[in-house]
Design a binder for this molecule. Structure first.
Ligand code: IDP
Ligand code: MG
Length: 171
């Protein structure tokens, strides 16, 4: 549904196909046959070792829930080298690859399956840009990240990646 002409968009969640936390709550209160056009997705997200070490677990989960996302599965634990290599296979051979694998396996992370309408894009938008120095204030990386190598959080970049990554870390 497009906003009426003249209506100002006030943010990424200001249309009805992506209603944001306040409207999402009201939509969810309606009978299921009135909201079956909404595309519910799953995504894989992971609070990286610096996010856990620096005490940002609660704040990140709070932001997800306030954005209307649901935490479906969650586990605190280590990433095995096999899981790290599978998750980051697309980056093999790049200069930062070895450091990335060493870093993501260096301490406990929080592994999550997150669901909701447009969950893949919504999660990426809450995360902010890959480089914390370029991530907007108000995003997770913009608020809590310092350097590219330690940027607080991972999120799948497409529904296909999400399915693959959920398979790596759960079941
Ligand atoms: P994304 O996490 O935003 O999807 P990707 O390009 O898929 O970004 O990179 C995966 C991860 O690899 C990043 O989150 C970051 O931690 C790390 N990374 C990417 N590019 C660099 C780099 O140029 N230097 C150091 N680390 C990098
Ligand atoms: Mg990526």
């Amino acid at each position: 549904v497009l906003p009426e002409p003249g209506l100002k968009r006030i943010g990424p969640f200001s249309d009805f196909s992506n209603p944001g936390p306040r409207l999402a709550g009201r939509l969810q209160a309606r009978p299921s046959n009135e909201r079956n056009s909404m595309a519910i997705q799953q995504t894989y997200s992971m609070i990286k070792p610096d996010g856990v070490r620096n005490g940002h677990i609660g704040e990140i989960i709070n932001r997800f829930e306030r954005a209307g996302l649901t935490i479906e599965r969650m586990e605190l634990g280590m990433v095995t080298p096999e899981q790290a290599k599978a998750n980051y296979a697309e980056h093999e051979g790049k200069p930062f690859y070895d450091g990335l694998i060493a870093y993501i396996t260096s301490g406990p992370v929080v592994k999550m399956v997150v669901s909701g309408e447009g969950a893949v894009a919504k999660c990426r938008s809450l995360m902010g840009a890959t480089n914390p120095a370029e991530a907007a204030p108000g995003t997770i990386r913009g608020d809590f990240g310092l350097i590219m190598d330690e940027n607080v959080i991972h999120g799948s970049d497409s529904p296909e990646s999400a399915e693959r990554e959920i398979g790596i870390f759960f079941e």
